[in-house]
Design a binder for this molecule. Sequence first.
Ligand code: KG4
Ligand code: ZN
Length: 372
Amino acid sequence: MRGPVAHGARRQDTGKESGQAETMVLGLETSCDETSAALLKGGRELLGHVILSQDVHEIWGGVVPELAARAHLAVVDDVVRETLAQAELSLDQVDVFGVTAGPGLIGALLVGVSWAKGAAFALDRPLVAVHHMEAHLFAPSLEDPGAEPPFVALLVSGGHTLLIHAEAWGHYRLLGQTRDDAAGEAYDKVAKLLDLPYPGGPHVERLSRDGDPARHRMPRPMLRGNQLPGDPDFFDVSFSGLKTAVATRVAQLQEEGTLAEERPHMAAAFQDAVVDTLVSKTLRAVEFTGCDRVLLGGGVSANRSLREEMARRLGSGGKVFVSSPRLAVDNGAMVARAAHFRFHRGDMAAPELTADSALAFPGLAFPGIEGA
Ligand code: KG4
Ligand code: ZN
């Protein structure tokens, strides 16, 4: 695995991986507010993994891009050093450097990309640019070797909500996406309305456990019984109207002086609407594709209600793949796993690689419903 590589060269595109048992990949993730590195051997064996969540954003109730970039810069060396120490390896034992090149916050991405480029150049190793959302697709396979395509994937993070049919690794068809806010973004905004800290998802989830979702039933935007495949909103979701509905109800409750005791019920009503919408749209994709293997990825997939409701409604005939909460949120291990796949396909980055905040999802086709 040593020596220069033919930049941009592609090996045979079989979509399968072979003869890769020993490759040591260092994955680096700095696209948002986690600085994380991982050492992955042979695409399976996680030898070291450090995730450092930035707490500076709690003060502001959301991620401040400039502060995120500075915080990555301050800790990236230490995060990699600690990862290597866990694995009892030195940097020159790394065969491949994989890094999230996008999408994400440009300043934050640049820290990881610059670091990985520098290391790859200095040690004369290949560099692989990883798409953050493709990395989320790979996370469950780190813990469950059966989490392989074909599957219908629901990717729900702070910046994206994507419904994808993955026929093979690297071959994806987009079925639906959000028209406005991402699912995680909706959780974070509702958390703010309910006076909960950032990131809001886990707090809303916790609060909702003591709530009755039926007390303030919330709307399910873009979810109607009479939608048909081919309708533009059949698979798409929209959460900004739901957030507005929560905001309006919260303002009413505040005026009535009952907000304090109603908070758990509001959280539960919001979560119920999000989970119902996401599960219903995913089940439409299952029916449409005939594929009853469902993969959940991204930070919101750490949500227990979402996991349980998906499994319950899919039924015993189907299968839900989901990673443990640590690997569901942003982490370097999934980046290393995606880089391992891309490397063995020959998808090396050119030396002039730079971060791209709107990086296109590799291998993702947008066929429209007719061709989906
Ligand atoms: O994938 P991720 O870690 O970062 C991005 O790529 O954006 O996702 C972060 C998002 C945040 O919006 C956070 O509130 C949400 O995932 N999240 C959750 C839970 N844990 C994290 N949302 C709902 N329930 C959770 N348990
Ligand atoms: Zn993410």
